[in-house]
Write a protein that binds this ligand. Structure first.
Ligand code: B3K
Ligand code: ZN
Length: 861
């Protein structure tokens, strides 16, 4: 198996600068599948053409494949294997190549290629899974027309789906049946998909702006059909939104989505046949939280939007991954913002960026948005490629403004339709249609690391002048010690006692230092900067607690209001952790103001009054002290809970009796309810556990039930185990909800969490074979700062044990869980040594995958 190697073998590094056009192109492929979980036969006929003048043989990628037969133009061929590649010398300019292989989907635990999940057969090819199905030039710049024929047992697999349009089907009379699908759009192999199973569809139609009626289907197992309305509705909204906002129309007569239980990530944008992790399709109020509902809509939109940003225009090579992913995340974020509160969506996205991308950019796995080298491309589906990539697109949209940005995306889609493009192609369209020079801006694609800006505001009362000094610095990252200044779009505005004293302005900071003057400013102003989080950077200012409290109440940019509150909380907590006297007063007053501001919507309030996470506090410190952070944060939570007890009770009571409704108002009510409950529990109120248990029992939706469970799981009341048991019994047969059960316990802030997680790993419902389950326990635990960094090192040992076991089954999912161990430099010497020891143990494991090898060795540097 090509994926497996020992750590002593030097793994092959692929470099961006080595890109060469393909030697051979494939205009068409006919695929014939005899589907069977134990042994599937795959016959492939490729029409290949020599690309340019050369005498190199045809080289087809394979992974774990053995050729049963190979012929060229119908005759037995001269061929050989070079490692896992099939090499065929060819004399002419064009040939027809036929190969046959047999594969075993039911033994495919990597979930890459053709595999079995919950009784069905399905595929996952991005990035390099197609080579596990058949021999092919498995690279995104080879665009091919696909015809697919599938034959399968009719009783087990009554539904046979593939990309494109269905063109025929029939019975073979021996219990088997067949179906044929043709995709008229040439596509790279990573977008190939098929699904065979006993499935039913929630069907709908969408009429495009050009008048094409598209048949929509959300395919699931029969018992799940009732949980698919939300996904179908989200799909229709996405199709309409992409027409309206980007002028993009759907291009086939059918669009199918299939939900599968075993899936390495969220979903996959295969042309006309998206395959989804069932957690991003299935929803009803009893089993899905508001967070799940929102995520389903966002992922459905994301995969649908890929039809243009990814499929019609694809990537030349995998170094360009952010071309489709960064852009598509930006598109799905805008879509979600348009469905409800833009401000709350922005806050959520920034919170996610800070939780996952900032630490990545500050650690051993930091890489540019357009990386220069990889060992295993699966390791580069990162927060940097996706979320920082989206921020880079957002900054260009900010610089261009909405009209020019739309003209630029029109130009991009028009110019590169049907081709495999680069990030450079995209930026050039922005420059041409925007009439701007983005030469220096391009550093966002090549330099890793989160830029830091310091902003100091001086006021000269006599001259009625304010002077703002801005300084930027990009920190060194692995392989990039010296950084050049970036272009940072900064939205800023000055406020005085009576309100704004300047208009909002957009400053493009491109020098290491810049000075800005504001005339006619009589009184000392307060600075509102990086409004809307206009640049994905860290800003340090000399604003006082009073300045921040003022902005948290009076800034007209809701994001800046939220940010001021977060900064105030963060400053207070960092001071406390560093041993300073904790003055909780300003935070308490600021939270009181926000909580009781009747003009604010509840979702916003709930976000704004939440304390920064343990790990975000840790990110601000030279050496992370998990216990001190936990203690300081709990003390502030307690103080907030106690001082504002009446306000929390009032906020809770105002929404307690609400019935479930999936609407912005309904979501806001549940959000504030659960935040208030958490603070009441933190206050030590004697009735808090009873309130939580009553909410747990009476809830008519999962947001309230899981919220109450979380509060109880974090506490010590006697209701705790009743809630844990009750939840388990109620949902024992629902895998997605059981994931929540594992996850809530793994995220517990209690001291004994490491111990209980170890016990849960032995629970009969725990398995590493299902990626959602593995992530819900192992993944959740490893981001629980207090529990994972238990001074004994048991958390590190537990993670390494799980990773070593998971790597044997599913290297891709295992490798994704390595980063928490790679943060050792941020901790004290004892913890760092223990973390390193576990990484070394992983690296020394015989038969390690290259996925794991790359992540673990880089994490040791
Ligand atoms: N393009 C896929 C991700 C594939 C991950 C492969 N390791 C889903 C998405 O980003 O839309
Ligand atoms: Zn994507």
């Amino acid at each position: 198996m090509a994926d497996i190697q020992t750590a002593t073998q030097a793994p092959t590094v692929t470099r961006r600068e080595d890109y060469r056009e393909p030697d051979w192109l494939v205009s068409e492929i006919d695929l014939d599948f005899e589907l069977d979980p134990a042994s599937t036969r795959v016959k492939a006929t490729l029409r290949v053409a020599r690309n340019g003048e050369h005498d190199r043989p045809l080289r087809l990628d394979g992974d774990g494949l053995a050729a049963l037969s190979v012929s060229v133009d119908g005759a037995a061929a001269d061929w050989s294997m070079d490692g896992s590649d099939l090499v065929i010398p060819l004399a002419g300019a064009a040939h027809s190549i036929e190969t046959e292989v047999a594969i075993a989907p039911e033994r495919n635990t990597q979930l890459q290629g053709l595999y079995a999940s919950g009784g069905m057969l399905c595929t996952q090819c991005e990035a390099e899974g197609f080579r596990r199905i058949t021999f092919f030039p498995d690279r995104p710049d080879v665009l091919t027309r696909y015809k697919v024929r599938m034959t399968a047992d009719k009783a087990r697999f009554p539904v046979l789906l593939a990309n494109g349009d269905p063109v025929g089907q029939g019975d073979l009379g021996d219990g088997r049946h067949w179906a044929e699908w043709h995709d008229p759009f040439p596509k790279p192999s990573y977008l190939f998909a098929l699904v065979a199973g006993d499935l039913v569809a929630n069907r709908g139609t969408f009429t495009t702006m050009g008048g094409r009626e598209v048949q929509l289907g959300i395919w699931v197992r029969a018992p799940d059909l009732a949980k698919t309305d939300h996904a179908l509705a989200a799909l229709k909204l996405s199709m309409a939104w992409d027409e309206k906002v980007y002028g993009r129309e759907y291009d086939l007569d059918v669009f199918n989505i299939v939900a599968v239980d075993d899936f390495n990530f969220g979903a996959m944008e295969n042309k006309g046949l998206n395959v989804f992790n069932s957690r991003y399709i299935l929803a009803d109020p009893d089993t899905a939280t508001d967070f799940d509902y929102d995520a389903i809509a966002a992922v459905v939109a994301h995969e649908y939007f890929h039809n243009w940003s990814g499929n019609r225009v694809t990537c030349r090579d995998w170094f360009q991954l952010s071309l489709k992913e960064g852009f598509t995340v930006f598109r799905d974020q805008s879509f979600s913002g348009d469905q409800g509160s833009k401000a709350v969506k922005r806050i959520e996205d920034v919170r996610a960026l800070r939780a996952s991308q900032f630490p990545e950019d500050a650690g051993p796995l930091a890489h540019p948005v357009r990386p220069d080298a990889y060992i295993e491309i699966s390791n580069f589906y990162t927060a940097t490629i996706y979320n920082k990539g989206a921020e880079v697109i957002r900054m260009m949209a900010t610089i261009l403004g909405p009209e020019k940005f739309r003209a630029a995306t029109d130009l991009y889609f028009d110019r590169f339709d049907g081709t495999a493009a680069t990030c450079e192609d995209f930026v050039r369209c922005m420059e041409e249609a925007g009439g701007v020079d983005l030469t220096q801006f391009r550093r966002w694609y090549s330099q890793a690391g989160t830029p830091r800006v310091t902003a100091n505001l001086k006021h000269d009362a006599g001259a009625q002048r304010a002077t703002l000094t801005l300084k930027q610095k990009v920190p060194p990252t692995p392989g990039q010690s010296d950084k050049a200044p970036m272009v940072l779009p900064l939205k800023l505005r000055l406020f005085g006692e009576a309100g704004a004293v300047t208009d909002e302005q957009l400053v493009l900071l491109s020098e290491p230092v810049a000075e800005l003057q504001f005339e006619g400013v009589a009184a000392r102003p307060v600075l509102s900067i990086n409004r809307g989080f206009s640049s994905p950077i860290i800003v340090e200012t000399d604003r006082t607690a009073a300045d921040l409290a003022f902005l948290s109440a009076h800034d007209d940019d809701p994001f800046a209001r939220y940010e001021a509150m977060q900064q105030l909380m963060l400053d207070t907590l960092v001071k406390a952790v560093n041993g300073g006297a904790a003055d909780h007063g300003p935070v308490i007053e600021a939270v009181r103001n926000t909580l009781t501001d009747a003009a604010l919507d509840r979702s916003f309030i709930a976000e704004a009054v939440l304390l920064p996470s343990d790990s975000f506090i840790g990110d601000q410190m030279a050496v992370v002290d998990p216990e001190a952070i936990f203690t300081a944060r709990e003390a502030l939570r307690h103080a907030l809970g106690k001082s504002l007890e009446a306000e929390w009770r009032a906020a809770y009571a105002a929404v307690r009796a609400n019935r479930f409704e999936y609407s912005p108002a309904g979501k806001g009510a549940r959000r504030i309810k659960n935040v208030a409950l958490g603070y009441l529990a933190a206050s030590g109120a004697a009735d808090a556990a009873d309130m939580a248990f009553a909410q747990f029992e009476d809830a008519d939706n999962m947001t309230d039930r899981q919220g109450a469970l979380g509060t109880l799981v974090n506490g010590n009341s006697e209701k705790r185990s009743a809630a844990i048991q009750g939840f388990y019994q109620r949902y024992a047969d629902n895998a997605l909800v059981l994931d929540k059960w594992f996850q809530t316990q793994a995220l517990s802030t209690r001291e004994d969490t490491a111990e209980s997680v170890e016990a849960l790993a032995g629970h009969r419902d725990f398995t590493l074979a299902n990626p959602n389950r593995a992530r819900s326990l192992v993944g959740a635990f490893s981001v629980n700062q207090r529990a994972f960094h238990h001074p004994s090192g048991r958390g590190y040992r537990f993670l390494a044990d799980q990773l070593i076991a998971l790597d044997k089954l599913n290297p891709q999912t295992a490798a994704k869980l390595v980063p928490p161990l790679g943060r050792w430099k941020r901790f004290d010497a004892e913890r760092a040594a223990k973390m390193r020891a576990e990484l070394e143990r992983i690296v020394a494991t015989p038969g390690l995958s290259k996925d794991m090898f790359e992540q673990a060795t880089k994490s040791l540097d």
